[in-house]
Design a protein around this ligand. Structure first.
Ligand SMILES: N[C@@H](CCC(=O)N[C@@H](CS)C(=O)NCC(=O)O)C(=O)O
Length: 237
């Protein structure tokens, strides 16, 4: 896809959500272990939960479940009984749940100050704008492309409101590559750690412990993921 169109539609997706999830909100207790989220990038309900993770400045192990994906969809069916996304696992409390609104209520109750921000709670608005954001990306991150599974999860420094991060996450989603999502929105405690590690504050920043590669730039990240994990013949969009 033409790069300018790619960035513009991803920016429109953020605008559709009124620039939400670019900044950390009031936070509460911190979990000891990262949360685990089964989701896929094109799903508007999953987006709402990823936004909550950004606003609450929480890390999560992301298990992408694109349509046709052979690995993690089956894991969700085994754990919860159905293939419905998002599906949250909190290893700190043993809680596992479906339903984006229930998940967000749980997250803001447990790791925030109790109240859910209006863009994640007003009926119709919360879902309609998230659906619009997904529609603007015409299915990016929705369908599985055949890929090799990495031995260890990758690491992505990111935040939900960044249009460039979305482009990188779509590729991770399509290739069903699990990764530790390290949210570093404005006001995040993680920003300093990213600067120490990478030399500057810029996202997305990908770390691949399987190859030792660490890199900025969404287009380069997508090219790297395709080159390293996609199985030939299953071309990117
Ligand atoms: N009310 C649910 C709706 C979830 C939902 O419909 N998710 C869709 C994806 S956007 C799904 O899991 N579809 C089944 C599939 O992808 O196989 C929620 O808010 O979490």
């Amino acid at each position: 896809m033409i790069r300018a169109l790619d960035v513009t539609t991803s920016l429109f997706a953020t605008v559709a959500r009124l620039g939400f999830a670019e900044r950390v909100g009031p936070i509460g207790a911190r979990p000891e272990k990262p949360l685990e989220l089964y989701e896929f990038e094109a799903c508007p309900f999953c987006r709402k939960v990823r936004e909550a993770l950004t606003v609450l400045d929480l890390e999560a192990l992301i298990f992408p479940c694109p349509k046709g994906g052979p690995r993690f969809r089956e894991e969700v069916r085994r754990r919860g009984g159905k293939t419905l996304f998002p599906y949250l696992v909190d290893p700190n409390t043993g809680v596992e749940m479906y339903e984006s609104d229930d998940i967000n209520r749980y997250l803001f109750e447990k790791y925030g100050q109790g109240s859910v921000p209006w863009l994640l709670s007003i009926p119709v608005v919360k879902d309609a704008t998230s659906m619009l954001a997904s529609a603007l990306r015409y299915g990016g991150g929705a369908r599985y492309r055949r890929a090799k599974a990495p031995e260890r999860p990758l690491e992505l420094w990111s935040y939900e409101g960044s249009p460039f991060c979305r482009i990188a996450r779509e590729a991770l989603s399509e290739l069903e590559i699990p990764y530790l999502l390290r949210n570093v929105a404005k006001g995040s405690a993680g920003r300093e750690a990213l600067v120490r590690r990478s030399g500057k504050m810029m996202v997305p920043y990908l770390v691949d412990p399987n190859t030792g590669v660490e890199m900025f730039e969404s287009a380069d990240i997508v090219a790297y993921l395709n080159r390293t994990y996609a199985i030939e013949g299953d071309g990117a969009r």
